[in-house]
Design a protein around this ligand. Structure first.
Ligand SMILES: Cc1cc2nc3c(=O)[nH]c(=O)nc-3n(C[C@H](O)[C@H](O)[C@H](O)COP(=O)(O)OP(=O)(O)OC[C@H]3O[C@@H](n4cnc5c(N)ncnc54)[C@H](O)[C@@H]3O)c2cc1C
Length: 275
């Protein structure tokens, strides 16, 4: 069940769920695979799968893709390395550059795909290069940061991100730890914790906060089936335990329609809705 692999805990069965532990295995998988419907899953923290499941193959990179190493101020990692772990391992070495990511769950691959970040910075800021597998040509390619377009919660990367190199800077232990704890504090005060969610549902429209708009539409606490718009942060939808994807989708449509009706703002989803 895909629900086991995502933070929302929503999603039916996939036809195939394949763990791929190394680059050669990734190449081999695409040589042999019969379906052209393949979805790459990272940490599953920004995804709404359909409760009916996924008719195709879901792949999850593991093994070598989870490894990382430091050489001076350079961090080299596989795309399945967990971002929170990289934040803490960088801090242990007094390396600065990823502190703003503290509290963003998921993997480096997912973070680069959506240019994850906060108002304090984006994952692309520290990126030097990343390695991408092109499933059509069967080739691996290194892309330098400048060759990739990064925007707010979007990158132009096509293909499967296999690894990345980040340039960090030596810093003072206290400064780094203070930035991390400030990032975690901001999150604790503004976002629901200890609940099942997929992070922010909508992207913030330019110069506006999606959460504030939804709040001003009077939708905090609105519940459909097992899904509810968070009382704490209206841009979060919470799975109260037994939510179906249709419950979440209905809440998304209500929020979108109200924001357009009341403020003339079209909200665009940040989470990936996978059918
Ligand atoms: C409590 C909570 C707080 C959050 N706070 C933030 C925040 O402050 N800022 C923010 O930006 N996000 C936030 N998020 C959303 C989410 O954590 C980030 O978007 C994260 O970077 C997604 O990474 P992931 O590995 O979980 O990706 P997934 O959710 O698994 O996938 C997201 C997308 O990335 C693609 N992808 C994943 N791995 C690869 C790969 N190797 N190659 C190619 N494509 C890939 C997937 O196909 C999918 O389209 C939050 C989520 C939660 C649950």
């Amino acid at each position: 069940m895909l629900s086991k692999h995502v933070s929302f805990k929503i999603g039916g069965p996939a036809d195939y769920l394949v763990e791929i532990p190394a680059k050669e295995a990734l190449k081999e998988f695409f040589r042999q695979i019969q379906t052209d419907k393949v979805f790459v899953l990272g940490g599953g923290t920004n995804i709404l799968f359909d409760s009916g499941g996924f008719r195709g193959a879901v792949i999850k990179l593991t093994g070598c893709f989870e490894e990382f190493s430091f050489d001076g101020e350079t961090l080299t990692c596989g795309s399945a390395a967990l971002l929170p772990l990289l934040v803490s391992e960088s801090a242990k070495r007094n390396l600065s550059g990823l502190e703003f990511c503290a509290g963003i769950p998921g993997t480096v691959g997912g973070a680069l795909f959506g240019n994850a970040g906060t108002p304090q910075g984006n994952i692309s800021d520290a990126l030097q290069s990343c390695e991408v597998f092109n499933a059509v040509s069967g080739e691996f390619e290194i892309l330098n940061q400048a060759e990739i377009e990064f925007e707010y919660r979007r990158s132009s990367i096509k293909g499967i991100i296999c690894g990345a190199v980040f340039s960090l800077k030596s810093g003072r232990e206290n400064d780094i730890l203070n930035l991390i704890s400030a990032a975690l504090d901001r999150r604790k005060h503004s976002q629901p914790s200890g609940v099942l969610s997929a992070g922010c549902i909508f992207k913030n429209p330019p110069h506006l906060s999606a959460g504030k708009l939804i709040d001003e539409c009077g939708l905090k606490g609105r519940k459909i089936g097992g899904a509810q718009i968070s009382q704490k942060h209206a841009n979060f939808i919470i799975n109260c335990g037994n939510a179906q994807s249709a419950d979440v989708l209905e809440l998304i449509e209500i929020a979108r329609a109200e924001a357009e009706k009341q403020f003339g703002v079209k909200l665009e989803t940040e989470i990936r809705i996978i059918k």
